[in-house]
Ligand binder design. Structure first.
Ligand SMILES: O=c1ccn([C@H]2C[C@H](O)[C@@H](CO)O2)c(=O)[nH]1
Ligand SMILES: [Zn+2]
Length: 139
């Protein structure tokens, strides 16, 4: 991916941190999902007093896109940290990796973990979810 596009995604993900609803963990997560048509879908994490209904930032972004008829994606950028302070990479949880597996090609879909525009790492979904179970297994 082009550096300029990665930097744009990092900016969008960081912008989401202000919207995180995190009264329990105080751990803010922001995500920016790039669809194949070039549009971005952003997301924040949304917690709940009953804990289990909590939605991760990544899935917020995916569900926003899917609920608008968009199902093809190239990459997602994720940032996160306690009180919204970015010090280390916030890797996607297993549930979010599985949602990515449902809609993305594990060999080509990129997961960008960032701390700043100067510090980021790019992985394929396959690297983060080896031997993943997906729609192809049921075909
Ligand atoms: O992939 C992940 C992992 C965790 N969180 C959120 C959920 C919860 O609000 C907080 C602490 O787990 O971080 C995400 O948004 N994405
Ligand atoms: Zn998650």
């Amino acid at each position: 991916m082009e550096k300029k596009q990665i930097e744009e995604m990092i900016d969008l993900a960081i912008e989401q941190l202000q919207y995180s609803y995190v009264p329990y963990s105080h751990f803010h997560v922001g995500a920016a999902l790039l669809a194949k048509d070039g549009l971005y879908y952003t997301g924040c994490n949304i917690e709940n007093a009953a804990y289990t209904p909590t939605n991760c930032a990544e899935r917020t972004a995916f569900f926003k896109a899917i609920s608008e008829g968009v199902r093809e994606f190239d990459a997602i950028c994720i940032v996160g940290g306690k009180d919204g302070v970015l010090t280390e990479y916030a890797a996607p949880c297993g549930v979010c990796r599985q949602v990515m597996m449902e809609f993305c090609d594990p060999k080509t879909f990129k997961v960008i973990l960032a701390v700043s525009k100067e510090q980021y790492d790019v992985y394929t979904l396959e690297e983060l979810l080896p031997q993943g179970f997906g729609p192809a297994n049921l075909a």
